[in-house]
Design a protein around this ligand. Structure first.
Ligand code: MLT
Length: 278
């Protein structure tokens, strides 16, 4: 499906009924990375998985894709779908966007799920590396961006035992367009540090890490999130790397199901499909 949101067409997939769950993919991927969640969590939630600007089948305008621009796109998508509030779940770059979404549109957030992500901005070295990758993509197309990411996305054990998953993720990366990769790299390079904002997050927050994530390691990035967000709880998923939702979908979905059930249950927010819609 496609919706006009913030001046561009966003492609999205929507499945299920119940509490709205917005799934924001990471870089350099698209909504297909949420396939196990679209399959399973649609039994308990209204799952919405868009392709961000520049990715998948969404429009890819030129320019810098700031986290705020993505948040504006996603808020406009919720408007187009008549969804007033959603549980906002983002993996890695999707997590940076989820934090920007909270900063700009807190009243639209029922709860947050931050997956394999961090609050901090890029270090000067990381920023420089992104700008170098942009130059390489300009000259050689998507290959340099993919080569830089693929070996680091999945846990060593997944790479050895799940050649199907390695191929699945590789194919997803290969279909991304250079213009989208560059827009995202430039946007991530200039994203602000969200650390000081974390104590303002008043909603329930589930923080998930793959135990073998080398891009955003749980030991390095977990304590900052869980220690500063007032109502945060941490889940570390064994035998998973950066794409914990794909590498260990059962464990991931179990944690999210439990979190959603508690939200909908007596001691948190009561949400019916009607109440969540505007
Ligand atoms: C992602 O998975 O979205 C990326 O690792 C984010 C990043 O490069 O910082």
């Amino acid at each position: 499906m496609r919706a006009l949101a913030n001046g561009i067409y966003l492609h999205y997939v929507q499945a299920g009924e119940g509490i709205p769950l917005l799934l924001i993919h990471g870089y350099p991927l698209d909504h297909v990375m949420w396939q196990p969640q679209l399959d399973e969590l649609s039994g308990v939630a209204q799952v919405i998985a868009p392709d961000l600007r520049g990715f998948g089948q969404s429009d890819a305008p030129e320019g810098v894709y700031t986290m705020d621009a993505h948040a504006d796109d996603l808020c406009a998508l919720l408007d187009a779908l008549h969804i007033r509030r959603a549980v906002v779940c983002g993996l890695s770059m999707g997590g940076y966007i989820a934090l920007a979404f909270w900063r700009k549109y807190a009243s639209r957030v029922l709860a947050l799920i931050l997956v394999d992500t961090r609050a901090g901005a890029d270090t000067p070295e990381a920023r420089l590396a992104r700008l170098e990758t942009v130059e390489q993509v300009k000259q050689r197309g998507s290959a340099p961006a993919i080569e830089a990411m693929l070996p680091r996305l999945l846990a060593g054990s997944t790479r050895q035992s799940r050649s199907d998953l390695v191929e699945f993720v590789g194919a997803m990366m290969q279909r991304q367009r250079p213009i989208g990769l560059m827009g995202a790299l430039l946007g991530m390079a200039e994203r602000p540090d969200s650390t000081a904002m974390l104590p303002t997050i008043t909603v329930q927050t589930l923080v998930v890490f793959g135990a073998e994530d080398v891009i955003t390691p749980a030991e390095t990035d977990g304590p900052g999130l869980v220690g500063s967000i007032p109502h945060a709880r941490l889940v570390v998923i064994p035998k998973a790397g950066h794409l914990s939702n794909l590498e260990q979908p059962e464990a991931f979905n179990r944690s999210v199901r439990k979190f959603l059930a508690e939200l909908v249950g007596e001691h948190q927010i009561r949400v019916t499909p009607q109440a969540a819609r505007s």
